[in-house]
Design a protein around this ligand. Sequence first.
Ligand SMILES: Nc1ncnc2c1ncn2[C@@H]1O[C@H](COP(=O)(O)OP(=O)(O)O)[C@@H](O)[C@H]1O
Ligand code: SF4
Ligand SMILES: [Mg+2]
Length: 320
Amino acid sequence: MTPTPALLEVSDLRVHYHTSRGAVQAVNGISFSIREGERFGLVGESGSGKSTIALALLRLIRPPGKIETGRVVLDGVALRDLSEEGMRRARLAGIALVAQGAMNSLNPILRVKEQIRDGLNDHGLRLSGKAFETRVAELLASVGLKRDVADLFPHELSGGMKQRVCIAIAISLKPKLIIADEPTSALDVVVQRQVMDTLVAVQSQLGASVILIGHDMGLMAQVVNRVGIMYAGDLVEVSPVADLFREPLHPYSQLLIASLPSLHQKEAFQGIPGLPPSLLNRPAGCPFRSRCPHAMERCAVETPPLREVRPDQRVACHLY
Ligand SMILES: Nc1ncnc2c1ncn2[C@@H]1O[C@H](COP(=O)(O)OP(=O)(O)O)[C@@H](O)[C@H]1O
Ligand code: SF4
Ligand SMILES: [Mg+2]
C-alpha cells in the first residue's frame, strides 16, 4: 500500500514571544505532517502553543512573536520562502484559518454578504452583480445556511450561525488546508456537533485537509483521523485516533484519556494535578517531568525527541 502523500510538512517549527521578562518559548521546534484529505486534531491545555502554531503556519505571528526556525511546505511550496505578496495569495487560496474567537470578531456594522465580499476582495477576487450573489448563496449553502442570511448583521445570528459564516468566509477561495482553531469552544453541545458536521461536510466537498484545534478530546475523537498532543510547546505524541484511545503511549496522553468518562460523552478535559512548566527560559529535559508518574533521572537532563515507536505512532518519551 502506498502511503497517502503529505499535503503539509512542518519541520523544526520554533516560535518565541520576546517579552520584557524574556523569551516565551511557545512552540519548541516541532515537526509533523498532514496527509491529503486528512482531518488532524491538535489537542492540548490552554497555553500549550496551539494557536501559535496555527498563526505561524500562515505567517501571521506579530511582534513580540517571532518564528525562530522552521520549514513549512504546503503542496510542494515552501511558505516561509514566499514574498509577502505570495504569502497573501497562499492564505485562503491554499491554507485558510478560522481563527480562535473569529465568530466574535465579525464586523458588527456589516451584513454577512459584505463580510464575504471583503474576504473575496482581500484575495483579489472581485465579483459583481449576479456572479457575486450566486457565489454568496453557494458559500452559505455549503455551510448549511439559507440565502437570506446574506442580508443579516452579526447580532441577528446565533453563535452556531456566526461560526458557519466564518467557515464560509474561510473557504471562499477553496483552500487545500483548513485550520479551525477551537471553532466550537463557545457553543453548546448540540450546536458544537452541528458545527463539526458542517466542517466535515465542507472538507469533503473541497477534498481539503483539516487541522482541528481544541482541548476537548471527546469531541475531537469523533471527528479526526489522527491526533497530535501538545504539551508546553512540544508535540509529545502523534497517533491515529483509534490507537491513541486503545493504547496511548505518552504518560500525558494516558492521563488525558483516563480523565475522559467515555468516548461517547462529550465532556471537556477534567484536569491533571500540577501545572505545566514556565515557557520562559525552559530548562533541558522532558517538559512533563514535574507531573509524570514515571519520571526518571534521565528525564531531568535529556529532552526526549519525538520518534516513531509503533507503526504510525510517534511519542517523545524515554520510556520507549
Ligand atoms: N502576544 C503574546 N505575547 C507574549 N506571550 C504570548 C503571546 N501570545 C501567546 N503567548 C504565550 O504563548 C504561549 C502559547 O499560547 P497559545 O499559542 O495561545 O496557546 P493555546 O492556543 O494552546 O492556548 C502561552 O504561554 C501564551 O501566554
Ligand atoms: S520522558 Fe520521562 S518524564 Fe517525560 S513523559 Fe517520559 S517518563 Fe515521563
Ligand atoms: Mg489557542
